[in-house]
Design a protein around this ligand. Structure first.
Ligand code: NAD
Ligand code: TYD
Length: 356
């Protein structure tokens, strides 16, 4: 601990802050709000990496706690010690393909872990819920799959298809139920696919950037005609900042960039950018595209209607997809040490099992 706790206006617990989105949220809050004491709790699974937040680790309003949200006793003890006023909960198992081969850990971390945090919060906040908030970060995948038209709104019925999305849907339901039953103050946001610096190379964009650099096959599931709605991670962090401060108690916000791409079109654009950046001849990266067996239960199309957060909170994305993708490619090219470190060890085993 670096400062007297009393000196801070709020003690905020951010879970999963060593992961992809969490690291950007932690950085934004630590830098923008010196009056808040930010506690980043993360168990440093394969997806957690302290390198992601190295630049702020010595900030006087920041502390890191290594802990597992599945350990209910330790979570309660940490709430008692640090008296967190608010929680921004991002810690999760986050990859659909891993949920297909090992669903149980998704139930443990995403459902039970979320309940453990809410139990600890309620116990600590009992009798005084004023200015308290449990902010649960979720995904658009809980809504299932869209047809050719239409968008997910906050009132779309939940219809999850993968163990990952089922576990996130269950956690959303529990948060809502804790709000109704125990009056837990909460906000939930459901965001579309994120991309940007520090994303683990199991997800489409960083996996393909890394494979293009290494001249390895680009494994496209099925016919590649699946649609995702992409948002730059910094814009998600900005939306979280707004919903945390201005979101209405017990409400849900959908977050997305109105930016739909079929996988194959996005991959071709990425190949074009990479050819230019790597001084390769046109078409060289595209030649690496390999169509492989489809993902079971593969959702056809996701697309978010983000008009509620736009109208109520004034949020809109700050970068276009082309700008965001360019920044992302440049980050990966400039941070080859980061990527070399994360693809060593257990990643190789995962890659072999998933693709070879
Ligand atoms: P990530 O996999 O990059 O990071 C998850 C983090 O949680 C890691 O740092 C990991 O160490 C930590 N963690 C995992 N299990 C833990 C446990 N038991 N205890 C403590 N820490 C644990 O994930 P991400 O892509 O940054 O996603 C963050 C959140 O945002 C997740 O809840 C995810 O469902 C949600 N989300 C992600 C996306 C996306 O496109 N990536 C989109 C919408 C919503
Ligand atoms: P992904 O990044 O895993 O996110 P999500 O499944 O949560 O949307 O995948 C994005 C899209 O890219 C999805 O339609 C699956 C597809 N995809 C591939 O075609 N090949 C791959 O190797 C990966 C990881 C994803």
């Amino acid at each position: 601990m670096k400062m007297e706790d009393k000196a801070f206006k709020k003690n905020i617990l951010i879970t999963g802050g060593a992961g992809f989105i969490g690291s950007h949220v932690v950085r934004l809050f630590v830098k923008k709000y010196p009056q808040y004491h930010i506690f980043n709790l993360d168990d440093l699974t394969y997806a957690g990496n302290l390198e992601n937040i190295k630049d702020i680790e010595k900030a006087s309003n920041y502390d890191f706690i290594k802990a597992d949200i599945n350990d209910a006793d330790q979570i309660k003890e940490l709430f008692q010690i640090h008296q967190f006023d608010s929680v921004i909960h991002l810690a999760a198992e986050s990859h659909v393909d891993r949920s297909i081969s090992n669903p149980k850990i998704f139930v443990e971390t995403n459902v039970t872990g979320t309940i453990n945090l809410m139990e600890a919060a309620l116990e600590t906040w009992r009798g005084n819920l004023e200015n308290k908030l449990f902010y649960h970060i979720s995904t658009d995948e809980v809504y299932g799959s869209l047809g050719e038209t239409g968008l997910f709104t906050e009132t779309t019925a939940y219809d999850p298809n993968s163990p990952y999305s089922a576990s996130k849907a269950a956690s959303d339901h529990f948060v809502r139920a804790y709000g109704e039953t125990y009056n837990l103050p909460y906000v939930i946001s459901n965001c579309s696919n994120n991309y940007g610096p520090n994303q683990f190379p199991e997800k489409l964009i960083p996996l393909f950037i890394n494979n293009i650099i290494a001249n390895k096959a680009l494994p496209v599931y099925g016919d590649g005609r699946y649609t995702r709605d992409w948002l730059y991670v910094i814009d998600h962090a900005r939306a979280i900042d707004l919903a945390f401060h201005k979101g209405k108690n017990k409400s849900t916000y959908n977050i997305g960039g109105f930016n739909e791409w079929q996988n194959i079109d996005l991959i071709k654009l990425l190949c074009e950018i990479m050819d230019k950046k790597l001084n390769r001849s046109a078409g060289e990266s595209e030649a690496l595209i390999t169509f492989i067996k489809d993902r079971p239960g593969h959702d056809k199309r996701y697309a978010i209607d983000a008009s509620k957060i736009n109208k109520e909170l004034g949020w809109e994305p700050s970068v276009t997809f082309e700008e965001g993708l360019m920044k992302t490619v440049e980050w990966y090219l400039q941070n080859q040490n980061w990527i070399r470190a994360v693809v060593s060890g257990s990643y190789q085993e995962y890659y072999k099992k998933q693709y070879l």
